[in-house]
Ligand binder design. Structure first.
Ligand code: DUR
Ligand code: ZN
Length: 131
C-alpha cells in the first residue's frame, strides 16, 4: 500500500470521529507534514451553525498547535458523489500554511479521486506578500 493510499484510508477512518449532529455529513482530512507526521481532522459542528469547524481546518490547527508549519500533502474525503470540494474559508487557511504547488487529493464516497493543488483551489489568493 502506498503512502497516499494510507493517507486516504486515514482520512476516511476519521469519519467516525466527526461531530455532525446537524448535517450528518462527516468529512475527514489527513494532513501530512514535510517530515511525514500525519494529522487527521474532522468537521466539528455547533448548535450555532456558523461556528462549525471543517475537517481541513481542524487538521491544520492540530498540526500547527503541535509546532508543524511545513506540509507535503492533504487528503480530504467526504460522503459525496463527486470528490469533495473544500469551502472557501478552508482554502484561505490552507494558503496560509501550504505551498502553492502542494498536492491535494479530494476523495468521493466511492473512492473517486481528484488530484489538485493549493493554487488550483485558490488562485490569485491574498497572502502575507501583499501586507
Ligand atoms: O470540505 C468540506 C466541506 C464541508 N465540510 C463540513 C462542514 C459541515 O459540517 C458539513 C456540511 O457543510 O460539512 C467540511 O468539513 N469540509
Ligand atoms: Zn471548510
Amino acid at each position: 500500500m502506498s503512502n497516499k493510499e494510507k493517507w486516504i484510508d486515514l482520512a476516511k477512518e476519521s469519519y467516525s470521529k466527526a461531530y455532525v449532529p446537524y448535517s450528518k455529513f462527516p468529512v475527514g482530512a489527513c494532513l501530512v507534514t514535510k517530515t511525514g507526521e500525519v494529522f487527521t481532522g474532522v468537521n466539528i459542528e455547533n448548535a450555532s451553525y456558523g461556528l462549525t469547524n471543517c475537517a481541513e481546518r481542524t487538521a491544520i490547527f492540530k498540526a500547527v498547535s503541535e509546532g508543524h508549519l511545513e506540509f507535503q500533502h492533504l487528503v480530504v474525503a467526504g460522503e459525496t458523489d463527486e470528490p469533495i470540494s473544500p469551502c472557501g474559508a478552508c482554502r484561505q487557511v490552507l494558503v496560509e500554511f501550504c505551498k502553492a504547488d502542494m498536492p491535494v487529493t479530494l476523495v468521493s464516497k466511492t473512492g473517486d479521486l481528484k488530484e489538485t493543488t493549493i493554487a488550483e483551489l485558490l488562485p490569485y489568493s491574498f497572502t502575507d506578500e501583499q501586507l
